[in-house]
Design a protein around this ligand. Structure first.
Ligand code: GAL
Length: 818
């Protein structure tokens, strides 16, 4: 320890002696301090809903006003930058500001309004009025940080955000789905100079899509501190040009940025680590970088007997980049990567040399209770549910995802179709695509870039020109991944498809377009970028337009297939590469085929809380090897005694047999990927399905008529939480009868309370027509279930979540916080 300190001191002294005076401030910093830090900046914000007359104040530029940078000691109140008068600071009323932590989506707390003019299309965003809001945060920067480069990164703000720091306008960023960065080095106040105030205006009055997009700083925020010689933003690009049995070549391209006023000489060291932390290779290059310049250095490493990445074996490696000046490490940076070979050919999708049809779902980013502001845990929860269903592919519809989602896909094994938002070759359009690709190109999970979705210019000459520019941009930034476009028309017109590496088919089963195109253009590489759009409301078995419910027996919306049939096509025609079912989860907005009072979509295989609908079992049957049989509806039909009732089912067994009240009504051969049906007469009791392979029973399902609701039960997905103020337990709530059976028609109101350092951040029930507030501590069950999300604080101990419901026996769940 002492020796290390001596080395530091000696090195610092040597640096001070040899460099010019300008650099002295830098070298006051110890080597350790010069290293990069990435500090989470999510906690301790304030939020103000509604507009503040900022523009006028900016123009005023008065002493002590918004644009004044000379204020020496500024308290939070003085710096709030809320002006009503050119000459006078408006009263800063802390009471007008709500304390919040990020991620935050204020739209999810707004009431539903029956107004078809909200959003880009009627019902598009789910009948909530987006608007303008402000965020502010006071923070201190230690004196010792002077001399570092300090920047702030917003991973995602929906949308059109403007940022001021200490009264300085830092800039504006439109996209609601891409990150924004501001270098704060010059305008920060260090140590005794005073507190810093950051103010962010969010203007979500405009929209980017036709779904619920939220409002606010809904992804993480980071403060990045580096020395003046550092790895550039997204400065590493790791590829594996050779993936052969027994050996892989790793190409490490590193871009450095020199923010010093002089040229710098340095050594770049790149070490490759395996998952156990063993160094597999170490490359070193010594070079000079010009003042205020960028320099890209390429190094190559070999990995012997590489563990190939796949959804089944998501093996990861890491490159640790170090920049060393005169023996001192001045930057260190880590990049996770994987070694795998993806090939999309006219015969299909191949992973590590084997045909590997992608079992994918397309998804928007929201979730019950929290809108688009998902703590990381909820993204992990959604991915876990998809994995359990057998899915190995995720399409980020229709925009760049939150970065943590990609980290998770890398580590759990989920192939990702990463998506650009706008078909635009404007300066902004190119910049957005560039940011997306530079940000995401090291993720082994990402296998293809999707440049657009169903734009009206598909199949046109203008569209082709724009697309071609985007394709060129993508190829230049990443020559290792193909590009596609998720088209719903124009495949064979205007030369549009010709500029793509892979032609995307949304609903290409219409007229068997994709099969015809394969015959006509046998060299065309294809992928089913979107399919199915099957609509169903969890637990509903009759269409009910008034209430906005769609039966699980439905026939779909007309442009997709039934659950499972979509996969049958992929099996029949492997050249299609794989599919992304629209959608894995319901999402707010787009309540097709209805509108008000319906506020959420019905497309999900699971509802907004992740509760499975019946169609879920069609996918689980198709995508896993577990023998399975699932029939529906439930068996609680007091009004239908003696009447005929239709039973439908999904499964993956050779034969299925149905028993009604203990009596067999027949055995059937099951056709792969198709549903099976019986018509039976209803009498309360039981419905049992059995599945057989080779004549042997391998699966079964029993549904019983329940008695009245009697008790509430709570099932948390975890029994402990991290004491980090971020972790979340997803607690599923069921209404059960005296025998513990879930009552499939129960809609009881459940009230929740928390003891200990934790809080309820939201609740949901999967009812697409529910107008209940989502961020309160009570919720009605919908067809037997609801859900509550409990977030930990920073204190260790216990959180006790209690659920009560008027006439029912309540329940408590205890979460250990560590
Ligand atoms: C697709 C579109 C999706 C969604 C879906 C509904 O055409 O890409 O965003 O609107 O239809 O079926």
């Amino acid at each position: 320890m002492i020796c290390r300190s001596l080395v530091f001191v000696t090195s610092v002294v040597i640096l001070l002696l040899t460099d010019n005076a300008y650099l002295a401030a830098q070298h006051r910093l110890e080597g350790e301090q010069l290293k990069r830090s990435r500090i989470n900046f999510d906690q301790g914000w304030q939020f103000h809903k509604g507009d503040i007359a900022i523009k006028r104040a900016v123009k005023a530029g008065k002493q002590g006003g918004l644009t004044d940078a000379d204020v020496k000691v500024v308290t939070g109140e003085e710096a709030v930058i809320a002006y009503t008068d050119k000459n006078k600071v408006a009263d800063y009323k802390p009471g007008d500001w709500e304390n919040v932590n990020l991620p935050h989506d204020w739209l999810v707390g707004e009431p539903f309004l029956h107004d078809d003019n909200i959003g880009s299309q009627p019902a598009g965003n789910g009948y909530r009025q987006p608007g303008i809001g402000f965020y502010r945060k006071e923070f201190e920067i230690p004196e010792g940080d002077e001399g570092k480069r300090i920047s702030i990164v917003f991973d995602g703000i929906f949308r059109n955000s403007t940022v001021w720091v200490n009264g300085h306008l830092m800039g504006n960023h439109e996209s609601g789905y891409l990150p924004s960065f501001y270098d704060l080095t010059d305008v920060l106040r260090y140590g005794k100079e005073g507190k810093n105030v950051i103010l962010v205006k969010v203007d979500a009055t405009d929209f980017e899509g036709w779904w619920y997009e939220g409002c606010g700083i809904y992804r993480h925020v980071w403060l990045i501190k580096t020395g003046s010689l550092h790895v550039d933003q997204y400065g590493t690009f790791i590829t594996t040009p050779v993936v052969a049995p027994g050996k892989a070549t790793v190409n490490i391209s590193t871009t450095l940025q020199n923010d010093y006023n002089v040229d710098r000489k340095f050594t770049l060291i790149s070490r490759v680590f395996d998952k156990n932390g063993t160094v597999l290779s170490s490359q070193s290059s010594t070079q000079s970088i010009p003042t205020h310049g960028k320099l890209t250095i390429t190094q190559q490493a070999n990995v012997v007997s590489p563990q190939l990445w796949s959804p089944e074996t998501p093996s990861l490696y890491k490159v640790r980049t170090e920049i060393v000046e005169k023996g001192i490490t001045v930057d260190n940076y880590e990049t996770i990567f994987g070694i795998r070979k993806v090939e999309i050919t006219s015969n299909g999708f191949f992973l590590n040399g084997k045909l590997y049809p992608v079992k994918g779902t397309a998804n928007h980013q929201d979730f019950a209770g929290v809108g688009v502001a998902l703590p990381d845990k909820l993204n992990a929860y959604k991915l876990k549910l998809l994995k359990e269903m057998g899915s190995n592919g995720y399409r980020c519809a229709h925009h760049p995802p939150t970065p943590e989602l990609l980290d998770m896909c890398d580590s759990i094994g989920m192939l990702v179709l990463d998506e650009n938002r706008q078909l635009s070759s404007s300066v902004q359009g190119i910049e957005d695509l560039t940011t997306l690709i530079r940000r995401d190109r090291n993720h082994p999970a990402v296998f293809m870039w999707n440049l657009e979705n169903e734009e009206s210019l598909e199949g046109t000459v203008t569209g082709r020109r724009i697309l071609e520019t985007l394709v060129e941009t993508a190829h230049q930034l990443d020559s290792t991944r193909p590009v596609t476009a998720a088209m719903n028309h124009g495949w064979d017109e205007g030369g549009y498809s010709d500029v793509l590496d892979v032609v995307g088919y949304n609903y290409g089963q219409r007229g068997m377009q994709y099969v015809k195109d394969h015959e006509q253009y046998p060299k065309r590489k294809m992928f089913v970028t979107e399919s199915t759009s099957y609509v169903a409301t969890r637990g509903e078995y009759e269409d009910n337009r008034g209430q906005g419910y769609v039966s699980n027996f439905g026939m779909g919306v007309g442009w997709g297939l039934q659950p499972g049939q979509d996969w049958k096509h992929i099996v029949q025609y492997p050249f299609l590469g794989g599919t992304f079912v629209w959608t894995g989860f319901d999402y707010r907005g787009e309540p097709t085929p209805y509108r008000w009072p319906c506020v959420s979509s019905h497309f999900g295989i699971m509802d907004l809380c992740g509760f499975p609908k019946d169609g879920y079992y069609a996918y689980k049957a198709a995508w896993t090897d577990t023998p399975l049989v699932h029939v529906f509806p439930h068996w609680n039909w007091p009004g239908k005694v003696g009447q005929k009732i239709m039973i439908r089912g999904y499964g993956n067994c050779e034969e299925v047999e149905l028993f009604v009240n203990g009596k067999s009504v027949g055995r059937k051969k099951a056709e792969p990927f198709e549903y099976f049906e019986w018509e039976v007469v209803y009498h309360p009791g039981s419905l049992e399905a059995r599945g057989y392979n080779g004549g042997r029973q391998v699966a079964s399902q029993l549904i019983e008529t329940t008695t009245a609701p009697e008790q509430v039960t709570l099932t948390s997905d975890v029994d402990h939480l991290n004491a980090d103020g971020c972790d979340v337990a997803v607690v599923n709530v069921a209404i059960r009868d005296a025998s513990g059976r879930v009552v499939p028609v129960a809609n009881n109101l459940v009230r929740f309370s928390v003891e200990g350092d934790g809080r309820i951040i939201g609740s949901g029930n999967g009812d697409p027509s529910s107008h209940e507030p989502e961020n309160t501590s009570q919720r009605s069950a919908f067809n037997g279930y609801c859900q509550v999300l409990v977030q930990s604080g920073k204190t260790t101990g216990e959180i006790r979540l209690k659920a009560v419901s008027e006439t029912l026996v309540g329940a408590t769940v205890i979460l250990k916080v560590q």
